[in-house]
Design a binder for this molecule. Sequence first.
Ligand code: H2B
Length: 93
Amino acid sequence: MKKMNTHEIQEALKNLSGWALKDDMIQKSFIFADFKEAFSIMTHIAFECEKQNHHPNWENVYNSLTIKLSTHDADGITQKDIDLAKSIEKIVG
Ligand code: H2B
Protein backbone atom coordinates (compact mmCIF):
# COMPACT_ATOMS: atom_id res chain seq x y z
CA MET A 1 0.00 0.00 0.00
CA LYS A 2 1.17 3.52 -0.86
CA LYS A 3 2.87 5.58 1.84
CA MET A 4 0.98 8.85 2.53
CA ASN A 5 2.75 12.22 2.48
CA THR A 6 2.59 14.66 5.41
CA HIS A 7 -0.21 16.70 3.81
CA GLU A 8 -2.33 13.60 3.18
CA ILE A 9 -1.77 12.43 6.76
CA GLN A 10 -2.72 15.82 8.25
CA GLU A 11 -5.87 15.89 6.13
CA ALA A 12 -6.85 12.39 7.26
CA LEU A 13 -6.19 13.30 10.91
CA LYS A 14 -8.80 16.07 10.73
CA ASN A 15 -11.40 13.29 11.01
CA LEU A 16 -9.63 11.59 13.92
CA SER A 17 -9.98 13.42 17.22
CA GLY A 18 -6.84 13.37 19.39
CA TRP A 19 -4.59 11.57 16.93
CA ALA A 20 -1.35 13.36 16.03
CA LEU A 21 1.59 12.73 13.75
CA LYS A 22 4.77 12.24 15.76
CA ASP A 23 8.01 10.38 14.97
CA ASP A 24 6.56 9.11 11.67
CA MET A 25 3.65 7.46 13.46
CA ILE A 26 0.11 8.52 14.24
CA GLN A 27 -0.38 8.44 17.97
CA LYS A 28 -3.00 8.82 20.67
CA SER A 29 -3.07 8.21 24.43
CA PHE A 30 -6.12 7.02 26.33
CA ILE A 31 -6.90 6.91 30.06
CA PHE A 32 -9.32 4.32 31.43
CA ALA A 33 -10.83 3.73 34.86
CA ASP A 34 -8.34 1.06 35.82
CA PHE A 35 -6.11 -1.74 34.45
CA LYS A 36 -9.02 -4.11 33.92
CA GLU A 37 -10.81 -1.65 31.68
CA ALA A 38 -7.62 -0.79 29.77
CA PHE A 39 -6.74 -4.42 29.17
CA SER A 40 -10.29 -5.33 28.21
CA ILE A 41 -10.29 -2.60 25.53
CA MET A 42 -6.84 -3.74 24.38
CA THR A 43 -8.20 -7.25 23.92
CA HIS A 44 -11.08 -5.92 21.87
CA ILE A 45 -8.66 -3.83 19.76
CA ALA A 46 -6.35 -6.83 19.34
CA PHE A 47 -9.13 -8.87 17.72
CA GLU A 48 -9.88 -6.00 15.33
CA CYS A 49 -6.15 -5.80 14.48
CA GLU A 50 -6.15 -9.47 13.64
CA LYS A 51 -9.19 -8.97 11.42
CA GLN A 52 -7.42 -6.14 9.57
CA ASN A 53 -4.04 -7.89 9.69
CA HIS A 54 -2.60 -4.60 10.91
CA HIS A 55 -1.01 -4.23 14.32
CA PRO A 56 -0.16 -1.37 16.68
CA ASN A 57 2.89 -0.41 18.63
CA TRP A 58 1.37 0.24 22.02
CA GLU A 59 2.21 0.71 25.66
CA ASN A 60 -0.04 0.10 28.63
CA VAL A 61 0.81 1.37 32.09
CA TYR A 62 -1.96 0.56 34.61
CA ASN A 63 -4.93 2.57 33.26
CA SER A 64 -3.16 4.35 30.41
CA LEU A 65 -2.74 3.18 26.85
CA THR A 66 -0.62 4.85 24.17
CA ILE A 67 -1.14 3.61 20.63
CA LYS A 68 1.27 4.35 17.78
CA LEU A 69 0.40 3.31 14.24
CA SER A 70 2.52 3.01 11.13
CA THR A 71 2.84 0.51 8.30
CA HIS A 72 6.14 -1.31 8.73
CA ASP A 73 5.95 -2.86 5.27
CA ALA A 74 5.68 0.63 3.68
CA ASP A 75 8.08 2.32 6.09
CA GLY A 76 5.52 5.04 6.74
CA ILE A 77 1.85 5.78 7.25
CA THR A 78 -0.74 4.34 4.90
CA GLN A 79 -4.53 4.23 4.69
CA LYS A 80 -4.34 1.02 6.76
CA ASP A 81 -3.24 3.10 9.77
CA ILE A 82 -6.02 5.61 9.25
CA ASP A 83 -8.58 2.78 8.96
CA LEU A 84 -7.29 1.08 12.10
CA ALA A 85 -7.33 4.37 14.04
CA LYS A 86 -10.99 4.83 13.01
CA SER A 87 -11.81 1.32 14.20
CA ILE A 88 -10.05 1.97 17.49
CA GLU A 89 -12.11 5.14 17.98
CA LYS A 90 -15.31 3.11 17.47
CA ILE A 91 -14.16 0.48 19.96
CA VAL A 92 -13.12 2.97 22.63
CA GLY A 93 -16.33 4.90 21.99
N1 H2B B 1 1.16 -4.23 11.05
C1 H2B B 1 1.70 -3.03 10.81
N2 H2B B 1 1.49 -2.03 11.67
N3 H2B B 1 2.44 -2.81 9.73
C2 H2B B 1 2.69 -3.77 8.83
O1 H2B B 1 3.37 -3.53 7.84
C3 H2B B 1 2.12 -5.05 9.07
C4 H2B B 1 1.35 -5.25 10.23
N4 H2B B 1 2.28 -6.04 8.22
N5 H2B B 1 0.85 -6.45 10.51
C5 H2B B 1 1.63 -7.29 8.33
C6 H2B B 1 1.20 -7.61 9.73
C7 H2B B 1 2.54 -8.32 7.68
O2 H2B B 1 3.77 -8.39 8.35
C8 H2B B 1 1.93 -9.68 7.57
C9 H2B B 1 2.92 -10.65 6.96
O3 H2B B 1 0.81 -9.58 6.74
